[in-house]
Design a protein around this ligand. Structure first.
Ligand code: SF4
Ligand code: SF4
Length: 293
């Protein structure tokens, strides 16, 4: 996630680099690649902290229109197998969707990709969409959600929220967004959220990746080492369902095939706002489990 000022400073740098390449200095071939990247920058959000309107280029959600599919092969174009159709109705699994945009290109009368993030849910079934657009209740500015999280955490836990993060075979895209939570812009620690090294100190297990079979035992052991109530948050399409990796000889097909998942955060990858919203739901789960024993 890149703020406007950073983009602007990169643009200035990029134009300088471009000049040196154009002047024939072969030492700077590598910098030409960089300048090309800078020229095609995608600004994902204008004001990450106080706004929630992402750039139009950012793909975060899908609206499904009630149009009759004009192609029998609509489901075959989705590499993540997120689309199912019987020729009349379309069923979209947002837990699998990697927001590639191919469905919108092929059938713009049915699919519309939007730039706001899909709302995390407590029940996997709630990520299945038959029609309509997303529930926008989670679309609050990051700062506002962070303050809500801080209040809830101090009321329910009477201390900070401790998170253990496990990468169970992700491409690292989700980790980049999780890491962003700790950068100077998002700075999640000011809301009383800490990433901890040991599962014995953790309230929440944040997991990314499709749960590769090589990580299955490590994941179970991490969960077993946590004190109750241990809340599991699956971050990203891979963690929700296996995503683009699916269910193969090397992957289990989602974290809930290995552990009981409490919160599903869709997206590929989900934004820091979406992950923060998932943590808000996680604190609700902690409260519910304290009440129910
Ligand atoms: S945007 Fe999602 S549903 Fe559409 S083709 Fe890509 S993965 Fe499938
Ligand atoms: S959900 Fe997307 S970004 Fe996250 S690990 Fe899977 S492929 Fe990578």
């Amino acid at each position: 996630m890149i703020c406007e000022e950073i983009i602007m400073s990169h643009k200035k740098d990029a134009s300088g680099l471009r000049n040196s390449v154009d002047s024939g200095d072969s030492k700077h071939v590598q910098t030409k690649i960089m300048s090309d990247i800078m020229r095609d920058d995608v600004e994902t959000i204008k004001d990450p902290v106080n706004g929630y309107t992402n750039s139009q280029e950012f793909r975060g959600s899908i609206t499904l229109f009630d149009a009759i599919p004009h192609q029998d092969s609509l489901d075959k174009l989705c590499a993540a197998k997120a689309i199912e159709t019987d020729g009349r109705n379309v069923r979209l699994d947002l837990g699998k969707c990697i927001m590639c945009g191919r469905c919108q290109q092929a059938a713009p009368d049915i699919f519309l990709i939007g730039s706001i993030f899909e709302t995390p849910v407590k029940v996997r079934q709630d990520l299945i969409r038959l029609s309509g657009k997303l529930d926008s209740q989670g679309q609050k500015p990051y700062e506002q959600m962070g303050k809500e999280l801080k209040e809830k955490t101090s009321k329910i836990l009477r201390r900070s929220l401790a998170i253990r993060e496990v990468d169970a075979g992700s491409c690292n895209g989700c980790e980049v967004e999780i890491t962003a939570l700790n950068n100077a812009i998002y700075d999640i620690e000011r809301f009383g959220v800490h990433f901890v090294a040991s599962p014995r100190h953790a309230d929440v297990l944040l997991v990314t990746g499709p749960a590769s079979r090589n990580m299955e035992i490590a994941l179970r052991r991490t969960f077993e080492a946590m004190p109750d109530p241990r809340i599991v948050v699956a971050v990203g399409a891979c963690a929700c369902s296996g995503g683009i990796f699916g269910d193969t000889y090397a992957t289990t097909g989602g974290i809930d095939k290995v552990l009981p998942v409490d919160i599903y955060v869709p997206g590929c990858p989900p934004t820091p706002q979406a992950i923060l919203y998932g943590l808000l739901l996680a604190v609700d789960r902690i409260e519910a489990s304290k009440i129910n024993g």
